[in-house]
Ligand binder design. Structure first.
Ligand code: NAP
Length: 251
């Protein structure tokens, strides 16, 4: 087990990719904080998956874009599980709005969750770890859209490419203090976020035709890449971004 005895926070772990990450981290020996914003029942399902693997889990509600929520999440985690060794910044939203129609509020809401959220959670995690002399690992969850243009994403895509810059710049500042920072960009994963692709006739085939493996990825396939970056197997890796996409970005 790569993560035996570690404590991990996975933001947005009530569903989809975050649940897959929580499951794999638990298999690798980590206890898991299952963060969510609005879906306690689904968060509890993820927590049960973690507990069924013999690990501890707590569900903690909190909006990753709000400092008061993030500080409270780390306070509660420290009380219930102990201090965090690993932070996975997975929570995110996607909307599709043409550039010329995008409103200020739509921009701000999405950028706050997708980019400010990872920055904020990372800052709270790093301040606490560094003050206590603990080492740590952070993995940001970006997107294929850091590399490929899809229509109506002039707000979403910059947040995901922005996570690459956040990864490099944070790494330069906190790696000397023992915290590695890396980024995993998922390709097409069939979750609630991508339901619309299955509902538009022909859209799924169009996407799959662009992927070398001609299939969608599993949430667990993102989880295994994340577990690697979070573990000591990646002890000399920091500031890196990798596409886990069946060969979409490179095609
Ligand atoms: P999803 O199924 O829509 O799940 C989103 C998760 O984020 C849920 O757990 C949700 O919590 C949580 N969340 C949303 N806003 C939040 C906030 N403000 N604070 C805390 N948690 C919040 O999405 P997904 O497909 O698993 O995507 C996960 C990540 O992968 C996202 O960053 C996404 O951009 C990225 N990604 C996905 C794909 C894909 O093909 N699916 C591809 C590339 C990148 P509730 O359940 O409580 O609402």
């Amino acid at each position: 087990m790569k993560l035996k005895g570690k404590i991990a926070v996975v933001t947005g772990a009530s569903r989809g990719i975050g649940r897959g990450i929580a499951e794999v981290l638990a298999e690798e020996g980590a206890d898991v904080v299952v963060n969510y914003v609005s879906n306690p029942e689904e968060a509890e399902k993820t927590a049960r998956i973690v507990r069924d693997k013999g690990r501890r889990a707590v569900t903690i509600q909190g909006d990753v874009s709000k400092r008061v929520d993030v500080e409270a999440m780390f306070d509660r985690m420290e009380k219930d599980l102990g201090p965090a060794d690993i932070l996975i910044n997975n929570a995110g939203i996607e909307t599709i709005v043409p550039f010329l129609e995008l409103t200020d509020d739509q921009w701000t809401h999405l950028v706050d969750i997708n980019l400010r959220g990872p920055w904020l959670c990372s800052q709270v995690f790093c301040r606490r770890a560094i003050a206590a002399g603990r080492k740590g690992a952070i993995v940001h969850i970006g997107s294929i859209q850091a590399a490929k243009v899809l229509p109506g994403r002039t707000h979403y895509a910059p947040t995901k490419l922005g996570l690459e810059a956040l990864t490099r710049n944070m790494s330069a500042e906190v790696t000397p203090m023992g915290i590695r920072v890396n980024c995993v960009h998922p390709g097409y994963i069939e979750t609630d976020m991508t339901t619309w692709i299955r509902s538009v006739p022909g859209a799924r085939d169009t996407v799959l035709a662009q992927i070398s493996m001609a299939r969608s990825g599993e949430c667990r396939e993102i989880g295994t890449a994340v577990a690697f970056f979070a573990s000591e197997e990646a002890s000399y890796l920091t500031g890196q971004s990798i596409h886990v996409d069946g060969g979409w970005a490179g095609k």
